[in-house]
Design a protein around this ligand. Structure first.
Ligand SMILES: CSCCC(=O)C(=O)COP(=O)(O)O
Ligand SMILES: [Zn+2]
Length: 199
């Protein structure tokens, strides 16, 4: 994917996420891989209303979240996007401040357990898999710290990470798969929060 296509795709996805209520204020950030070796990603700019981005409001970063762009400022969380893409092999990483993941992380700071739910199929798992655990890590402003926490919990079959009192990261082969996984995970976490203690 070239940077122009990436910009159009990221802006369109951000508008969609905003409509879902997942990017309130200036929250959230999305990225897509441009090249794998060396790793280069296009990530949304920092501090803007993500529902109003245009195709040029993206920044090229490396695996460490560093850019050579003289004008645009990449997401403050660009370093974690690069780390997730490098470690998982994902083609797209999405981060939103949806409520259900944060509430679930508050109830279960050791990890959120999901089981016996049809919607797990939309997250790339079988509905009757053993328990699927979504890792929860403490929030940090240091992307190296968050990246190390992500990597220590990473399992190839679980493409999501809850950052406590902050939000959730989900990744996939491309932006569509990442969004579908996020939509299904949000449903799974809402169900789990709303039915806690009943099973
Ligand atoms: C109210 S948003 C606080 C920062 C944040 O967590 C986020 O997702 C947005 O940061 P960015 O630098 O990508 O705008
Ligand atoms: Zn955030």
């Amino acid at each position: 994917m070239d940077i122009d296509d990436a910009g159009r795709a990221l802006a369109a996805e951000c508008a969609r996420y905003t409509a879902m209520g997942w990017m309130r204020g200036t929250s959230g950030n999305l990225s897509v891989v441009l090249d794998r070796d060396p790793l280069r990603l296009a990530v949304t700019v920092s501090g803007r209303d993500k529902g109003e981005l245009t195709a040029s409001d993206v920044v090229v970063i490396d695996a460490h979240g560093t850019t050579t762009d003289p004008v645009r400022v990449p997401s403050a969380e660009a370093g974690l996007h690069g780390r997730i893409a490098a470690v998982s092999g994902a083609g797209a990483v999405v981060h939103v401040h949806a409520m259900a993941p944060v509430v679930a992380g508050e109830y279960w700071p050791g990890g959120v357990h999901l089981r016996d739910l049809e919607m797990l199929k939309g997250f790339g798992r079988a509905a009757h898999d053993d328990t699927v655990t979504i890792p929860v890590v403490p929030n940090s402003q240091d992307m190296q710290v968050l990246g190390d926490a992500f990597e220590s919990h990473h399992r190839p079959d679980t493409p999501a990470l809850i950052v406590a009192r902050h939000g959730v990261y989900v990744w996939g082969d491309d932006l569509h798969q990442a969004r579908h996984r996020l939509e299904c995970l949000d449903w799974l976490l809402r169900f789990t929060v709303e039915t806690r203690g009943t099973r």
